[in-house]
Design a protein around this ligand. Structure first.
Ligand SMILES: [Zn+2]
Length: 368
């Protein structure tokens, strides 16, 4: 799969990405080509987007409508996806969007910030102070890399174009008509992203906070909370205390946890704090909307188990025991089945995510 192979490469190279998927039971896939809109409560909507390119999924967007104004959580990877959401919001309400919240700095959650500010000039982008810093520092360089011919994206574009033009794959082998058509569609998505990134305006938060911010939309309260680090240094969740809806960003992805980078040691305690809110509904950063806190607790238990196993191996064999041996020693069989089910894409993503987690936990254990 291009998606997964590329995701691994990108996650390693860029330290970015978040990944979606869905329930193992429902056999959803990490590839999402469909739009899903759900109304979670009266005036509270979540939009799940099709993946904008083969390499990058899109974050979920949540819209909370109050009597006076509207709050939006996360703004997609591409400005055009945000524009489509803005058109949807205008159909749902004539109230203005006043607050645009970024759960964290990754591209797939902040790319449309500027589009909201164009649509509603009175809107503020809100995030953790660390998110403001990281958007300003990292997102422009990501966009520049994307546009460079000798980058991963540039090389991928050339490969796809060759396949489309000549029917020959990157190994010089002929491909069938279906594969050639799929390459053409992948190339079209990549070209669309390129054309949008050529003029994208990166807009970091204009309002920042360190621990929390309570927003009254008129008859509806949203509490923005930094409950600790996990996926990034500035993770923020949106909590609707009355409706008990938690919008979790990539601290919680479904079905496979996203463990590329971040702060896995601190992530466990942060997840415990999310579960302690006792949400009725959880909107993950990617994937299906979830009922209750069960998935959060399962992810925390998985992280605890992997950390315990890594510590045991290092205690037994010492800090110089090679990482490859530690990777082999950690038993993830039951967890892989529980989180990824039978879906090969989810399984592959689970393996890559856990390998990254073990690498970071191993470095932590050695440093003690
Ligand atoms: Zn994400």
């Amino acid at each position: 799969m291009i998606l997964l192979h590329s995701l691994r490469r990108l996650a390693a190279v860029a330290g970015l990405v978040g990944l979606a998927a869905a329930s193992a039971v429902r056999a959803d896939s990490v590839n999402t080509r469909e739009l899903q809109v759900r109304e979670l409560a009266s005036g509270v909507y979540t939009i799940r987007h099709p993946d904008p390119t083969d390499d990058f999924p899109d974050g979920n967007t949540t819209v909370v409508v109050g009597e006076r104004e509207v709050l939006v959580v996360d703004t997609c990877y591409l400005p055009s996806s945000a524009d489509a959401d803005i058109a949807r919001i205008r159909q749902w309400t004539d109230k203005p969007v006043r607050w645009v919240v970024n759960t964290h700095w990754h591209n797939d959650h902040v790319g449309g910030n500027h589009r909201y500010r164009l649509a509603w000039p009175g809107a503020d982008v809100v995030g953790h102070e660390e998110t403001r810093r990281m958007i300003a520092a990292r997102v422009p360089s990501y966009v520049r890399r994307f546009l460079m011919p000798d980058s991963t994206f540039g090389r991928q574009r050339e490969t796809l174009r060759r396949t489309v033009d000549s029917g020959i794959d990157e190994k010089g082998k002929p491909v069938d008509a279906a594969a050639r058509k799929a390459a053409a569609e992948s190339l079209a998505r990549l070209e669309r992203a390129r054309s949008e990134f050529g003029s994208i305006v990166i807009e970091p938060p204009t309002v920042t906070f360190e621990t929390g911010l309570r927003i009254d939309l008129g008859g509806r309260i949203v509490e923005l909370k930094h409950l600790g680090r996990g996926n990034t240094g500035g993770d923020v969740v949106a909590w609707l205390p009355k409706e008990r809806i938690l919008v979790a960003g990539d601290l919680v992805d479904h079905p496979v946890p996203y463990a590329f980078g971040g702060y896995p040691g601190e992530w466990i305690a942060t997840l415990d704090r999310l579960a302690a809110l006792d949400p009725l509904v959880v909107v993950p950063g990617h994937g299906e909307v979830l009922r209750g806190k069960g998935h959060i607790e399962r992810v925390a238990a998985l992280l605890r188990d992997v950390r315990r196993q890594v510590n045991d191996v290092v205690d037994r064999h010492g800090g110089s025991y090679p990482l490859e041996e530690v990777q082999k020693a950690v038993d993830l069989g039951a967890a892989r089945r529980a989180f990824a089910g039978d879906d090969p894409d989810n399984g592959e993503f689970f393996d890559a995510s856990m390998a990254s987690l073990i690498r970071v936990l191993h470095a932590e254990a050695r440093a003690r």
